[in-house]
Ligand binder design. Sequence first.
Ligand SMILES: [Zn+2]
Ligand SMILES: [Zn+2]
Length: 149
Amino acid sequence: MIKGSCLCGEVQYEAENTSGPMAHCHCRICRKAHGSAFSTVLPVSAEGFRWISGETALSHFESSPGKRRWFCPKCGSQVISSRDSIPEAVLLRAGSIDSGYSEGAVAHLWVESMPPWNTLTDELVQFKRGAPGAPPGVEDEHGVESDAE
Ligand SMILES: [Zn+2]
Ligand SMILES: [Zn+2]
């Protein structure tokens, strides 16, 4: 079981580990939302996901139509995102994971959106945009399903 929480601890969730693959998303929207070079995301099934605490306190921002980024309003931690058109999946914002997941990321997404001060030095596969054949819920922030070039 994957367990996760926000920075202040008010929001907690757990998710069955029937997930993957994990990926690093470098799209502009993830960078802005997280205030970081990229966001690491892990899709899990919505059926196996549940809030343990703080659900009623959650806020969200709809960063593109139907794409909702859920965060704790007290500490600002982004914990998950969801997409209205893909109700069967939830995207964990991997930085919020506390335990229960140890596999690594498999890809870099949206590398065409990377800022000039970021460089990739690992061997993971890179996609200019979203991943082709990506499972439901994998980042396709610009509303483009699996639109790699
Ligand atoms: Zn919090
Ligand atoms: Zn993204």
